[in-house]
Design a protein around this ligand. Sequence first.
Ligand code: SAH
Length: 256
Amino acid sequence: MNKEKQTIHDFDLNHIYEFFSNSERQGPGSPEETLKALSFIDGLTEKSKIADIGCGTGGQTMVLGQNTLCEIVGVDIWADFINQFNQNARNKNLHNRVKSIVGNMENLPFQEEELDLIWSEGSIYNIGFDRGLNEWRKFLKQGGYIAITENTWFTETRPAEIQNFWQQAYPEIDTISNKVAQMQKAGYLPIAAFILPETVWTDYYAWQTMRRESFLKKYNGNKAIEAFVAAQQYEVELYYKYKAYYGYMFYIGKKI
Ligand code: SAH
């Protein structure tokens, strides 16, 4: 396979996780955008329960913790991230309310209608947008909300190079109107959809560039690592070339 056509999904998970350890966020996002999304959610009280699915080390979860009074449970499949999450919660003195579990988003340990809000930034692609919306809905109370970010096409058509790259990396990538329609078909009232600013990508990629240097040094001569880094660099190049055509959207829906 042409190395440039590999995606991050083709590499050793341990390397990927090590690469993203000890970072504030593991995907494009920012506290400002998390707060903007939160501003669309009504009716949260100290009795409300939030699940943050694919929480990573908890960057966005801590923002939710600091800006609500709710009980919050982060779920992630990677135990190291959950350890860092717990440390984060202790450092911010949120650990009484902001907890976490190692778990799989394909088999979540919640009761039906247990949750007031499901949050998921940069993660639902792991199960797929449509499947996640449909399978997670049962855990929400009637009138509960879901807030997720998802890679999305901004235009109806786009150049073949970027079309092919994302088609391979994430075939569910689609246009804003199709994503909103999927949300509605899955039984949610679409409340808001907004584009995350370019800075969430440029900040994320700037951090990656720094990290790549030390990673390459540590794994000097390791071909798999070099290929992983090359694939990442290719993704960054494509972003700068084609950012008019795609990006992350926040989608907020209400269970009806
Ligand atoms: N929400 C965080 C992390 C996004 S990265 C942020 O925005 O910074 C995607 C996360 O999904 C990773 O932490 C990864 O470990 C987690 N993940 C991947 N597959 C998963 C699964 N099947 N179940 C739960 N978490 C998963």
